[in-house]
Design a protein around this ligand. Structure first.
Ligand SMILES: C[S@@+](CC[C@H](N)C(=O)[O-])C[C@H]1O[C@@H](n2cnc3c(N)ncnc32)[C@H](O)[C@@H]1O
Length: 188
C-alpha cells in the first residue's frame, strides 16, 4: 500500500511536475486574470483532471471557444465528463504535445498553461525542447493576448521573458497550494 502511494507520488512529480491537483486558490488566481466579458479563444495546456478546465468552462461566454491540450489520454474521462456536463459551450480536447497543436500563428486570446516547464530543462541540448514550447506559445498567441503560467520556485521566468522579448507583466504568489506557486502573466 505505502509502496503504491510512493510510486504514484514519484510518478506525479517526475512525469507531471505536481504532487496533487492545483488548489482552488491557484485556480481562482489564474482564471481571475482573464477578462471573460468578450468572446475569447482560449487554450488550456496540461489540463490533468481538469482543476482549471472546470472553472474556464463555467466562466467562458457561450460564444467563446476553449481548446484543451493534454498529452495523456488517461485524464480523458474527467475532461469528457466536464464537457458533457456543459453542452452549450464550445470545448475541444486534443491529446497531443502542445508543440503539435500550436502551429497556427495568432490563434488564441488566452493561453493558460500548467506545463511543468522545469521538467523540460536539458542542459545537453541547451534546453531545446523548453524553448520550442515557449516559442510555440508566443507564436500561437494573438497580439495583445495573454499567456498565463504557474510554476514553483519562480522557475523559467527569465526563459519566458527572453522568448517574449520583454519583462513579465505580473508575477503573483499563491501560498495556499501544494507546492506554493508563482503565477506569471505575459502579454504579447
Ligand atoms: C502539473 S500537471 C497540471 C495538471 C492540472 N492542470 C493541475 O494544475 O492540477 C501538468 C500536465 O501537463 C501535461 N503535459 C506535460 N507535457 C505536455 C505536453 N508537451 N503537451 C501537453 N500536455 C503536457 C501532463 O500530462 C500533466 O497532465
Amino acid at each position: 500500500m505505502l509502496i503504491r502511494i510512493y510510486r504514484n507520488l514519484k510518478r506525479n512529480i517526475t512525469e507531471d511536475g505536481l504532487i496533487i491537483s492545483s488548489s482552488g486558490f491557484l485556480v481562482n488566481n489564474m482564471v481571475g486574470k482573464i477578462d471573460f466579458s468578450r468572446p475569447l479563444r482560449i487554450l488550456e495546456i496540461g489540463s490533468g483532471r481538469g482543476a482549471f478546465t472546470r472553472e474556464l468552462i463555467s466562466r467562458m461566454s457561450p460564444d467563446s471557444q476553449l481548446d484543451i491540450c493534454e498529452i495523456k489520454t488517461e485524464y480523458n474521462p474527467w475532461i469528457e465528463q466536464l464537457i458533457k456536463a456543459t453542452p452549450g459551450k464550445l470545448v475541444n480536447l486534443h491529446n497531443c504535445c502542445v508543440t503539435h497543436l500550436l502551429v497556427e500563428a495568432e490563434r488564441y486570446d488566452v493561453i493558460l498553461s500548467s506545463l511543468p516547464l522545469k521538467n523540460f530543462e536539458d542542459p545537453d541540448s541547451q534546453h531545446a525542447f523548453l524553448y520550442q514550447v515557449i516559442h510555440a506559445m508566443r507564436h500561437g498567441l494573438k497580439e495583445g493576448g495573454i499567456y498565463l503560467q504557474y510554476q514553483y520556485f519562480k522557475s523559467n521566468k527569465s526563459d519566458i521573458e527572453q522568448v517574449f522579448g520583454k519583462k513579465m507583466d505580473d508575477v503573483s504568489f499563491v501560498p495556499l497550494n501544494i507546492l506554493p506557486a508563482f503565477v506569471y502573466s505575459m502579454s504579447k
